[in-house]
Design a protein around this ligand. Sequence first.
Ligand code: G3P
Length: 218
Amino acid sequence: MHLYLDSAVPEEVEKMAALGIIDGVTTNPTLATKAGATYKEAVQKILSLVEDNVSLEVLSTDSQSMIREGQDLAKLSDKVIVKLPTTADGLKALRALSTSGIRTNMTLVFSANQALLVAKLGAYIVSPFVGRLDDIGQTGIDVIGEIRRIYDNYNFQTKILFASVRSPLHVKQAALLGADIATCPYDVLEKLVKHPLTDVGLKKFLDDFGASGQDPLV
Ligand code: G3P
């Protein structure tokens, strides 16, 4: 499963890219406002830091403007995946952009039927927002399981991206359910490596060896 960082902050991308654990970055207009410097500068920096898969979201809402904006975003770099909202206009833009070979990420997906439509139209990625479904008392991961089954039934190649990740548990659920990608906030990625027993165990190993008074091997 690929892991993306959900952030527009270049410093966060730099740290996770240095760890070697991220395969891409997703941004959205909310995250863009937290970019630090200007969003444009942040995006240029992020494009220079990651090898591929940088999702950038359009800000227009009518199909013709979305198509123009998507084409311009795609010109920034081959690494760009154009993020479009899953509305009727978004579907029209998806069709036009995917026909011209531009990779798309269909965002704000909350149902299996939305995911079915975007796969039929050739979306590269579908982004169901699991955390936001949990927020309203639904079981967000059910949608991931449903989409996985539908895509497998019909051999759709659209990648399922588990979005709106709130915890390490969500990342494990994404992997168990067969999501192709999980996009995570910085703090969730940080937590994935941590386990208190790892720290306790390491301290004990080193204390025990120190107490033995022996010389290290090398
Ligand atoms: O990738 C989508 C994500 O940014 C939304 O997350 O936490 O705002 O629901 P959240």
